[in-house]
Write a protein that binds this ligand. Structure first.
Ligand code: ARG
Length: 455
């Protein structure tokens, strides 16, 4: 493509070192779409005739079909997807093909292609996030009124509905999809027409080409347009954070299906056995997701590190943006899909959740709140209940079995109605403020999410 200036062929080592077609071939459909828009821009500017434009479009669509049928041979000697497609087009249709790259550089071409590719990927990821959210909401609904301890520091804290715990992840995931949708606004701007870095003396209707490609507008600075990979960084961050959320869910799942917790059972289809220990049923999907989230963070770091030292404008380093981007897109899509399936097959073991929530200590805060309702300042109430906890542990006597007279030794504010707040159901129903886990609230949240996710 640049043979005019050179007298030596490219070294074999340089060719295989510099080629990107082994991974950027997957931009083919977006590259072809971009090239068709370019050809329409050239036609509109009078650079090519309508016969030439038709030949270009027809040729490109045939090439796309062949790629999709696995009949197209990408050549490493042609470096990248862009040159492979263009050179094959010219081989087929002659001079019209050779006019396609007028007023275009691979710099604005690749920036356009990657934006188009990422825009589609973002939509797919958002819809996979929604499928996982639906699976979590359904799992929450199936779990009914199952109660689990809510933990801080992985120490039992206060009772919550298991459904409330699952819905926390639905909230996190909704922020992930909102972040992706927001990144999409800045992504969906067309760099085509920015050329290598300074546009061109041949003026194409950039707004027309952008509209052809479904972009919301065009970039406003040709140098920025070919240098900018912010959109990829934003998407990689959004994916990495989504991965972190899945990793935290994974950690919960792994704990819940351990014999120590035993809160859930995963289906046989979503667990694996051991080659040595016949009894094992391992939560590999969750462990792999926890592990893969590291890759997602790594990919974000790789891109940021790649960009930080680059002067304006395009530098070949930027070819290294694709593998992390593709890898994160593939990884998060796979993780979301398999997690949705796994959540659909998850069962709650109510005997185990009930046993865990029969721990009377879970209601210590409720006793403190009881004192507050009887006029005791919270700090004093906290201290009184702390002493009662110590008494309960030392005497091996549960709150419910401590007589009223003993309670009154700790605080004169205690009356016989204190025992009512030691009931799990009452305690949960009392947590009725906005966002708290009363069964009434949780039912309303499930309904809200079902409605929101039905669109
Ligand atoms: N394969 C290149 C990339 O992915 C395309 C752009 C090449 N531009 C250039 N001036 N060498 O970045």
């Amino acid at each position: 493509m640049w043979k005019g200036r050179f007298s030596q062929p490219t070294s074999q080592l340089v060719q295989s070192y510099g080629q990107s077609v082994s991974f950027d071939w997957r931009l083919y459909a977006h590259d072809i779409r971009g090239s068709i828009a370019q050809s329409k821009g050239l036609l509109k500017a009078g650079i090519i005739t309508s016969d030439e434009q038709s030949a270009i479009e027809k040729g490109l669509l045939e090439i796309r079909q062949e790629i999709e049928a696995g009949q197209f041979e990408f050549k490493q000697s042609l470096e990248d997807v862009h040159m492979n497609i263009e050179s094959e087009l010219t081989r087929r249709i002659g001079p019209a093909g050779a006019k396609l790259h007028t007023a275009r550089s691979r710099n604005d071409q690749v920036a356009t292609d990657v934006r188009l590719y990422t825009r589609d990927a973002v939509q797919e990821i958002i819809s996979l996030i929604q499928s996982l959210q639906r699976a979590l909401v359904e799992a929450a609904e199936r779990s009914g009124h199952a109660v689990v301890p809510g933990y801080t520091h992985l120490q039992r804290g206060q009772p919550v509905l298991f459904a409330h715990h699952l819905l926390a992840y639905v909230e996190m995931l909704s922020r992930d999809s909102a972040r992706l949708a927001d990144a999409n606004k800045r992504l969906n701007v067309c760099p085509l027409g920015s050329g290598a870095l300074a546009g061109s003396t041949i003026i194409l209707d950039r707004e027309f080409m952008a509209a052809e490609l479904g972009f919301d507008g065009v970039t406003q600075n040709s140098m920025d347009a070919v240098s900018d990979r912010d959109f990829a960084a934003e998407v990689l961050f959004s994916i990495a954070l989504c991965g972190v959320h899945l990793s935290r869910l994974s950690e919960d799942v792994i704990l819940w299906c351990s014999a120590e917790f035993g809160f859930i059972t995963l289906s046989d289809a979503h667990t694996t056995g051991s080659s040595l220990m016949p009894q094992k049923k391992n939560p590999d999907v969750a462990e792999l997701t926890r592990g893969k989230s590291g890759r997602l963070i790594g990919n974000l770091m790789a891109l940021l590190t790649l960009l930080k030292g680059l002067p304006m404008t395009y530098n070949r380093d930027m070819q290294e943006d694709k593998e992390p981007l593709f890898d994160s897109i593939d990884t998060i899509k796979a993780a979301l899909a398999v997690f949705a399936e796994m959540m659909a097959g998850m069962e709650v073991n109510e005997t185990r959740t009930r046993a865990a929530t029969s721990d009377p200590m879970l209601l210590a805060t409720d006793l403190a709140d009881y004192l507050v309702n009887h006029g005791v300042p919270f700090r004093s109430a906290h201290e009184v209940i702390g002493k009662l906890v110590a008494h309960s542990i030392a005497e091996k006597v549960a709150f419910a079995d401590i007589p009223l007279s003993k309670y009154q030794e700790f605080s004169s504010a205690f009356e016989s109605d204190l025992f009512a707040c030691l009931n799990l159901e009452t305690a949960l129903a009392a947590r009725k403020g906005i966002g708290a886990p009363s069964p009434h609230n949780v039912t309303a949240q499930i309904a809200r999410w079902k409605e929101a996710l039905s669109q």
